[in-house]
Design a protein around this ligand. Structure first.
Ligand SMILES: Cc1ncc(COP(=O)(O)O)c(C=O)c1O
Length: 380
């Protein structure tokens, strides 16, 4: 029978690496996971306790389409406290992971055939969600000269577009857009009527300057964020979006029909996440230690060309001097050492064969041992 052409999107190769790594583990081999994009630390204790309490005391039916009012208010307060930005709770929608936020954002703001610009390399689901909806991704080629981030000049050169998608800190590069450049992009998009979508899922995980938000700055922009990364709640499937006034009703109708609501128990548990700052800051301190280990080892082992790891928990490394096939490079590294990392092809179909991504979201013991094995392997 027919299989829709729109479902013919690329697989996520990182998941194939995970499969190979798990197979090795099942056969009794040891594996150090530097391929997964999720925090090694578990969900904060207080969040789990809140979920347990909700299991006993709450009805746990659907919530309103936009989510529990108290959680929407708490998220609005986060914008005031963290960035000094005014966000009305009416514009905050809880989504089934930020992934569902992209589905809602694109469906509400763009029609089939519309064009959304985005920097390359990038998180692959962006383009695959666009392609599944008949939206045309317009790739802006980036490099180290702009921290692998798009600029107004690139956008101007791209010709007419309906949207721009940015992420700061970004996956796979970990790079951030300096606030002045971020606001220049936001202002340019407002002026030109280009719908800006700002993926802020890695906010809170930074190693120098804090990330700036476009919430409160660009009235037409959609901000996407969530509980998966900083709050260590990947499997709870809870994200949020701050949506512009002109999209509130459209997104509400789409949410009602596509998802009904985000998971009730995850929303109740997430209310406790805002009280876990000490635990969450300690996680970021661990990532910082892990990052330092890799930034120290990689140049010494012959991989000096690294994207500036400003935030998130990734190092994007150019391995062109060592291989012209990063998939094969990752396969051999895993087979020889048990260290799993991700080839760049997921993030950049054209040039990803020359790059790999290392995730340092695991424990420091794991990253230190992986660093030791990678160095030995490269120097063999
Ligand atoms: C840049 C970026 N955005 C969004 C997501 C999706 O996260 P979730 O759906 O768990 O909120 C990820 C996950 O890895 C990501 O790296």
């Amino acid at each position: 029978m027919k299989v829709a052409r729109r479902a013919d999107i690329a697989p996520f190769y990182a998941m194939e690496v995970l499969k190979a790594a798990n197979q090795r583990a099942a056969e009794g081999g040891d594996v150090l996971h530097l391929e997964v994009g999720e925090p090694g630390a578990g969900t904060p204790r207080a969040v789990r306790a809140a979920a347990q309490a909700a299991l006993v005391s709450a009805h746990l039916g659907y919530t309103e389409a936009f989510g529990l009012p108290e959680l929407r208010q708490r998220i609005a307060r986060l914008y005031a406290d963290t960035y000094g930005a005014t966000v009305s709770p009416e514009r905050v929608v809880l989504t089934a992971g930020s992934s569902a936020g992209f589905v809602l954002a694109f469906l509400s703001a763009f029609d089939r055939g519309d064009r959304i610009a985005l920097g390359v390399p990038c998180y692959p689901a962006y383009r695959n969600i666009m392609l599944a909806q008949g939206i045309e991704p317009v790739y802006l080629r980036t490099d180290a000269s702009t921290r692998y981030q798009p600029t107004v000049a690139m956008l101007e050169a791209a010709g007419p577009v309906d949207g721009l998608l940015i992420a700061s800190p970004a996956n796979p590069t970990g790079t951030m857009i300096p606030p002045a450049d971020l606001f220049a992009l936001a202002d340019y998009c407002e002026k030109k009527g280009i719908r800006l979508i700002s993926d802020e899922i890695y906010h809170g995980i930074t190693y120098g300057a804090e990330a700036a938000t476009v919430a409160g700055r660009a009235p037409g922009a959609i901000v996407i964020s969530g509980f998966s990364k900083y709050y260590c709640m990947t499997g709870w499937r809870l994200g949020w979006a701050v949506v512009p006034d002109d999209l509130v009703r459209a997104i509400e109708r789409l949410q009602q029909n596509l998802f009904i609501s985000a998971p009730n128990i995850a929303q109740r548990a997430a209310l406790a996440a805002f009280e876990c700052e000490d635990e969450l800051r300690a996680n970021v301190a661990t990532y910082a230690q892990n990052r330092a280990l890799l930034l120290d080892m990689l140049p010494r082992a012959g991989i000096p060309d690294l994207a500036p790891a400003d935030g998130a928990f990734y190092i994007f490394a150019n391995v062109a001097k060592l291989t012209n096939d990063s998939s094969e490079f990752c396969r051999r590294l895993l087979a020889d050492t048990g260290v799993a990392i991700t080839p760049g092809i997921d993030f950049d179909a054209e040039q990803g064969h020359a790059y790999v991504r290392l995730s340092f979201a695991g424990s420091t013991a794991t990253i230190a041992e992986a660093a030791r094995r990678i160095e030995k392997w490269l120097k063999r």
